[in-house]
Design a protein around this ligand. Structure first.
Ligand code: NAD
Length: 356
């Protein structure tokens, strides 16, 4: 494996590896950028076929965190950790996460961890026993709790901004939103939208979740694949990544795509395709930052109301992106990246100026 070549291709200076034979820990901490503050990002615990896959996952995800935190004006850089889940089913989970906590602690706060795929509150509570550089801990220990309602609030605010720009409407009353995936975030998003008078269509592979949205919010259930063809104002992808691809984009009948899912564009070029179809796309990491905003608040002392107010500002971020996109004829996904890159280069310049 060409480790330094991989680091260069993802624009990295710093990646940490740790192996602990006693617990079976094999962990990677990727620190993408710390110009705005310590790197913050979740900890994945998944089986990987090859070490290289784990490294690429960490590199890709940590870079994404840099962009998400910077755009949300958080005092954090991007980081991510990946723990390779042992193939032996009898490993001691508590011992393994304690070893990981020591690994995090050795970085002295340069990287702050949190929950991600395959990890949960109990793991963060174990990590907390050996390091203070952890978020997503229990509410009784100053934790911020379930991030989904905050993510959903931010997505609702982003949808409101898109509706203002594209449809000239100040409220969501009567706006038809098709939600793909009504799990943690999708459910709370439906609640937010229904409270604002929106009309809902939903699709979920789990029929019980779709039925719950009908029961509680009067949503119409549509067949899984039909969600893209639903004639509506807004399509909100809230399931898995890569929802926007060569197969789905030509079928979209909404004028706005704005949802919670991470990595919605299968490839960056799909952001150009959506733009070429005249659809307003709210960049995923701009609109779904509410959960990160909420968990980041733990670092300085959690205050739910402050997190809520900060999440509400996602409206302004989406408005800024959409306005700049139409002025410069640049697709929104690219505008979001440019705003972050400009912000980071300013920090870089001011840091080097202060050394002169
Ligand atoms: P979740 O697993 O609770 O919900 C996902 C839902 O999508 C599930 O109900 C699942 O059955 C459904 N689903 C899966 N494939 C589907 C398909 N093909 N069609 C329709 N439904 C499908 O996850 P979540 O926490 O709600 O997160 C949803 C998305 O938002 C993910 O991409 C996640 O990375 C992203 N996200 C979540 C948060 C958060 O606060 N939880 C924050 C930022 C981004």
């Amino acid at each position: 494996m060409d480790v330094f070549g991989l680091m260069a291709s993802y624009d990295y200076g710093e990646v940490h590896f740790e192996r602990d034979a006693a617990t079976g820990l094999k962990a990677i901490i990727a620190v993408h950028d710390t110009r705005l503050g310590p790197a913050l990002g979740g900890c994945r615990f998944l089986p990987y076929a090859r070490d290289e896959d784990a490294l690429i996952d960490a590199l890709r995800l940590a870079r994404g965190m840099t962009y998400k935190a910077a755009l949300a004006d958080l005092p954090h850089g991007g980081g991510k950790s990946v723990l390779i889940r042992p193939s032996n089913q009898h490993f001691d989970r508590a011992a393994l996460f304690m070893a990981f906590g020591r690994f995090v602690d050795n970085l002295g706060g340069h990287y702050i961890t949190a929950e991600d795929s395959g990890t949960g509150l109990e793991d963060m509570e174990i990590i907390r026993t050996v390091t203070k550089h952890v978020t997503g801990v229990d509410v009784s220990h100053g934790g911020s709790g379930d991030p989904s309602p905050f993510t959903a609030l931010g997505v609702r605010r982003g949808i409101e901004a898109c509706v203002k720009i594209r449809l000239g409407r100040d409220t969501l009353e009567g706006i038809h939103v098709a939600v793909q995936g009504v799990g943690h975030v999708g459910y709370h998003l439906c609640k937010e939208l229904a409270a604002q008078g929106a009309k809902l269509s939903v699709a979920d592979v789990d029929p019980l979740k779709a039925e719950r949205a009908t029961r509680e919010f009067g949503a119409t259930v549509v067949p899984l694949d039909h969600i893209f063809e639903t004639a509506c104002d807004v399509l909100a992808p809230c399931a898995l990544g890569s929802a926007l691809n060569d197969q789905t984009i030509p079928r979209i009948r909404a004028t706005i795509v704005a949802g919670a899912a991470n990595n919605q564009l299968a490839e960056p070029r799909h952001g150009d395709d959506i733009n070429a179809r005249g659809i307003l796309y709210a960049p995923d990491y701009a609109i779904n930052a509410g959960g990160l905003i909420n968990v980041a608040a733990e670092v300085t002392g959690y205050d739910a109301e402050k997190s809520r107010l900060r999440t509400m500002k996602i409206y302004d971020t989406i408005l800024e992106i959409a306005e700049r996109s139409s002025k410069t004829l640049t697709p929104t996904y690219r505008v979001a990246d440019l705003i972050v890159e400009e912000k980071l280069s300013r920090v870089h310049r001011s840091a080097s100026q202060s050394q002169l």
